[in-house]
Structures are given as structure tokens and as C-alpha cells.
Write a protein that binds this ligand. Sequence first.
Ligand SMILES: [Zn+2]
Length: 103
Amino acid sequence: MWVIDIRHWLNKQQDGPAVPQLRLKVKKLAEIITWITLHDQGLSAGDVPKCWRRPEKKSCKGILIIRFEQDDRIHWFCPVCEDEGIIDGWQGLIWDMSKGTIH
Ligand SMILES: [Zn+2]
């Protein structure tokens, strides 16, 4: 399982990827952060983010299962390809919609 401190992947302004190669990954992690922080407050968060893996070069169609860990890190799991990971360092980023930090 991956544990990602998303800040390590971000530019200085912390609002986009540090390098272009990380653009898609950062976009997906940002989607996950926005979704869970809205959903956690009972707010409409739109469609649940989908898996972005491409096992055997075909897009995985899994719908991610996303939840907070007890330490507030965000855990995602894809029930189809079983990809999973943990996002750390998300608090206060522009994608964090939790109370008190709406931008
Ligand atoms: Zn998947």
C-alpha cells in the first residue's frame, strides 16, 4: 500500500503538481480529498472518484471506497483492482473542504 504525503508532490504554491509527470496523480488525489472532506460534512460531494489505475493497459472501472483513518489520514481502496493507499498532508490545501478551511 502506498502512503503519500501529497505535499511532496506539489509545487511551491501547493496548488498543483511539482512536475508535469505528477499532474494526473495529483488531480486524482485532489479529487479524493475534496470528495471526502465534503462527504464527511454531509454535503453533496458529487460522484465518488473512480480508480485511475490501468491494469493491463485497460482503465479500471472501480469506484473507490474512501474513508478517514483514525489519525485523519485518508484511505482509499479500489474493490476491483485492489489498489489502495493513504494520503497524508492534505489538511489546509486548496482541495480541503473541511470546516473552517473553506477557501
Ligand atoms: Zn481499480
